[in-house]
Design a protein around this ligand. Structure first.
Ligand code: FNR
Length: 341
């Protein structure tokens, strides 16, 4: 099906997995969907990295992979299960490159998001992320180029300014480009996660715009599913996007309530095995779930793991992993099996 024939992604009244570098890869996105998220954002992918990649259909795993031509690493892996609900976030400062990337993935994802909130030096120096907040001409140019030339919806994710009027001016400008929704993290570029989230500013934005506003930044106050609705109401927003609360325990998306961490880890590991996730990436995400539990004897044993099978064994999924890997090997799948130092 071409992009224009597919059902267009609707951002109204949704609970969304926020973009997270190294966390928002395919297994975490599928887990979030399984638990009840409506939409899942990919981690931020820098435009030139994707431009250098090639698209490969992986028949063994049933995925579409964008692979780095030079070293064979998977830069973006996706599959049919998420096709109508996954949004790819691009880190970019250039409309031509952004469009090139969007065109490459247009038929494999449901939407494109531009990161306009990243405060890291790497992004700011490159004119990407939060640098675009103070370069509205470029920000608008990127969004307009995408809106006019691709068939799937375009969004952006911003941070706020200290001054509400300045923020309003910016978001009205951005909304005028024809984007389908806007994600708003209620902190300024210099504010850190421990600072309070500016829910009032998000509310003013939500009242002023006619497109859906996706409220973000509330994880500190989100401990269960009911808190998501509270945060949404507090911000007067159409939708909510969750990062840290989902990184810690992805079952935050379950209407039925949180699952025990060990059960979440088991669910996550099974998907990692099914989609041949690298041991590195798997370990990183499990570490973020375990947090201080890494100090326990089991946590320490986990930290020594080198392979996916070793990690899985700790959660009694060693056999599952071994069998799947044998099956994949017999079908000709070559994968990297060791954690790289
Ligand atoms: C992030 N965040 C982020 N934002 C973004 O636009 N693109 C990205 O790739 C990332 N990467 C990322 C990684 C990790 C590990 C974290 C914790 C956060 C920011 C994130 O999407 C969100 O805006 C903030 O974390 C605030 O939302 P929560 O955590 O309060 O729900």
């Amino acid at each position: 099906m071409s992009g224009s024939e597919r059902k267009r992604l609707d951002y109204e009244n949704k609970v969304i997995l926020a973009p997270m570098v190294k966390v928002g890869t395919l297994p975490m996105r599928l887990l979030a969907l399984e638990y009840g998220a409506d939409i899942v954002y990919s981690e931020e992918l820098i435009d030139w990295k994707l431009i250098k990649s090639i698209r490969r259909v992986n028949d063994v795993l049933g995925t579409v992979d964008f692979i780095d031509k030079s070293d064979g690493t998977v830069i973006f892996r996706t599959c049919d299960k998420e096709k109508d609900r996954v949004v790819l976030q691009i880190g970019t400062c250039d409309s031509t490159r952004a469009l090139k990337v969007a065109k490459m993935v247009e038929n494999d994802v449901a939407g494109i998001d531009i990161n306009m909130g990243c405060p890291k030096e790497f992004s700011l120096k490159g004119g990407m992320g939060a640098a675009l907040l103070t370069n509205p001409a470029q920000a608008k140019n990127i969004l307009t180029t995408l809106v006019n030339n691709i068939s799937i919806p375009v969004t952006c994710k911003i941070r706020v300014f200290n001054n509400v009027d300045d923020t309003l001016h910016l978001v009205k400008n951005l909304a005028n480009t024809g984007i389908s929704a806007i994600g708003v993290h209620g902190r300024t570029k210099v504010e850190r996660p421990q600072h309070p989230n500016r829910c009032e500013t998000i509310k003013v934005i939500a009242n002023a715009l006619s497109i859906p506003v996706i409220a973000n930044g509330g994880s500190r106050e989100i401990d269960n599913y009911r808190d998501i609705k509270k945060f949404k109401d507090q911000c007067g927003a159409s939708s909510v996007m969750i990062a840290r609360a989902a990184e810690s325990n992805c079952s935050i998306f379950r209407k039925e309530g949180l699952k025990k961490l060990d059960d979440v880890i088991c669910d996550y590991l099974k998907i990692c095995v099914d989609y041949d996730n690298s041991p590195n990436s798997t370990k990183y995400c499990v570490q973020n779930m375990l947090k201080e539990l890494q100090e326990t004897p089991r946590g320490k044993k986990f930290l020594e793991c080198q392979t996916l099978e070793q990690i899985c064994s700790i959660w009694h999924l060693g056999d599952y992993c071994r069998q799947k890997q044998l099956e994949y090997q017999s079908k000709g799948l070559l994968s990297r099996r060791e954690v790289t130092p």
